[in-house]
Design a binder for this molecule. Sequence first.
Ligand code: BTN
Length: 333
Amino acid sequence: MSIRGGLLAYLKAHQGDWVSGQWLSEKLGVSRSALWKHMGILRRQGYGIESSPKKGYLLEMIPDILFPSEIQKGWIPKGLKDIRILPFEETDSTNQRAKELALQGAPEGTVVMAEAQTQGRGRMGRQWFSPRRQGIYCSILLRPRICPAEISGITLMTAVVVAELLRDGPKIPATIKWPNDILAGGRKIAGILTEVSAEMDQVDFAVIGLGLNVNIPKGGFPVSLRRGATSIAVEARQVHDRNLLLQAYLKKFDEYYSLFRTQGLGPILVRWKGLTDMLGKPVQVEVLGQRRTGEALDIDPHGALILRDADGQSHRILSGDVRFRKGARKETR
Ligand code: BTN
């Protein structure tokens, strides 16, 4: 752990109590003036630290900032062995950053996260609303040894990870709308954007981007999104610790990625089907600008949507945007 990481750990362990400067210097093996400099940096990062020549230092307030050391604390990845989290205060798009790193040879397990995005990207060329410190904007770089057609399995897997995370932690009864929209109370709470670079038969790399609305208040969304979007804070009626959520997400992602690599998509699809309420419902799917309507019959073993049209014919759809049709229930189970 870095000196500043150690310093924070000691201050947090004694939060609300004074800690002597002498004691901290000895524990960290640094001079009093170096300690003072680190305190200054922490204050500039938003930590509320009181100091007194007689009593030492007092940690009064912890800012809501994402820290790689907090997120990686206390767990050892199984599949993403070289996990390395790169934090940005602001970037255009974490997916864009991760793709650039991938092209420079960054290894699997590189994670880019940002406090805010200026050009957060959504599916179908949409934008992803990314207000500062109110969401999780994170992209994981993978180098799976699979063919391009199998990548959709990793996207479905990520949707399972996020829906289960919301059910386990904040206790939000999240559901999945194919392929990868995470809904709460019929509104979108998270989205996943997978971008791939591949040869004909082998994926070079994939970037799995997650946008999760965490502490955005109801009135914090732009008017155009208010009807369709929600956040953890709105659904659970309390703000949540983003470091803990991001840690839980990466842990579960790591676990399910190992499962995907050893057992394929099968066990993940079983979970996926248990987390959706769209099967059997009338839907409209937009595929490359064309609209198809029918019943969402099933998801096949490769993750494609099986749509049954009014004539009873089944269509296999590999990607698209699904809407519930009038009369279809939107609420979660
Ligand atoms: C969707 O349209 O549902 C997908 C939204 C994905 C947004 C995330 S935020 C982090 C990552 N970086 C981006 O630019 N997009 C994804």
